[in-house]
Design a protein around this ligand. Structure first.
Ligand code: CTP
Length: 297
């Protein structure tokens, strides 16, 4: 304890002459401005990004379930791109066998209801949500404790009663755009799907929706149309998922570049625990690179 006190005193007294010199020639104020600007810059770029990825599984019994073809590759690529860009990333993943990208915090879930619970814990604090998970809309009305013995009845047909799963994204946003957060949804459509994707964009309160087709499932490459809530659209044809991920992460940047982020950084430093950063940040805008460029899917 005595040693620690001594070290602190020693280091502060070591700085005193410099500080005095700086003050005397008027550099101290300039120095403060420079360090605030650096802090603001760091804080403005580093966002809390929540990404969901992969399918959900809805169990019929302990060994059978309903699911879909999602591989999780797109969501994992987004988490990786966000971490590389220096953001603080939480990845909520359905059952997939992909390695966790470096620097990413991963939470594994199985069902849509588990996904909702996990998202609820992090959504309030995040600056951006990228909802790449392929969520099952239905689950068996009952999960049996033991194997389903449907054959035992001797019947040639049987039915499985399904119950509606919550819409995770709409539950989080309340179906409205959330001030200060960037929300990106996905829409997998089997037809051209633009009108349908736009309806989903509005209904789920997202800022962007990534329209893609079944050909994207499981592969390393994809063709997508990014549709913005303010009417923007950008086509990316036959690109690697890493490339598309990077394009999405770039759309998060303007969300925190406002004066609010700078004021926050000056007042509280990066990622204050007591105040939500998004309360001060501005919404995503249309950057020159986002000017309408429409390639057909
Ligand atoms: N989504 C969700 N909760 C659900 C279903 C979907 O949060 N129960 C999210 C997906 O993660 C995606 C977006 O909503 O970001 C659109 O998902 P999609 O499956 O394309 O659309 P649905 O809303 O399920 O509608 P439909 O199945 O009729 O196409």
């Amino acid at each position: 304890m005595a040693r620690a006190t001594k070290r602190t005193r020693a280091s502060s007294s070591a700085r005193t002459p410099k500080t005095k010199r700086a003050r005397s020639n008027g550099l101290a104020r300039a120095g403060r401005r420079v360090s605030s600007a650096k802090l603001a810059n760091t804080s403005a770029r580093r966002l809390r990004v929540l990404v969901t990825a992969g399918p959900t599984r809805e169990h019929v019994d302990p060994v059978r379930y309903l699911t879909n073809e999602s591989s999780g590759k797109m969501g994992f690529a987004i988490a990786e791109a966000a971490a590389r860009a220096g953001h603080e990333v939480t990845l909520i993943a359905g059952p997939v066998s992909l390695p966790t990208p470096r620097g990413v915090t991963r939470i594994d879930i199985v069902s849509a209801r588990e996904l909702l619970e996990a998202c609820r814990r992090d959504f309030r604090r995040c600056d951006a949500l990228v909802m790449a998970a392929a969520v099952a809309d239905w689950r068996p009305a009952k999960k049996l404790a033991a194997k389903w013995r449907a054959k035992d009845s001797g019947a040639e047909r049987t039915t499985l009663e399904l119950a509606r799963n919550p819409d995770v994204l709409a539950s989080l946003t309340g179906g409205r755009r959330v001030p200060g957060k960037t929300v990106i949804a996905f829409a997998l459509e089997t037809g051209s799907g633009v009108a349908r994707a736009r309806r989903k964009l509005a209904k789920k309160g997202a800022d962007w929706i990534v329209l893609n087709g079944p050909a994207s499932l499981g592969g390393e490459r994809t063709s997508v149309l990014l549709l913005g809530a303010d009417g923007e659209h950008v086509g990316l044809r036959d690109r690697s998922k890493a490339h598309v991920a990077q394009a999405l992460i770039e759309r998060l940047k303007p969300a925190c570049a406002g004066m609010g982020a700078i004021a926050r950084a000056r007042r509280l430093g990066p990622f204050p625990k007591a105040a939500h950063p998004s309360a001060h940040s501005t919404r995503i805008g249309v950057t020159p690179s986002v000017r309408p460029r429409l390639n057909r899917l």
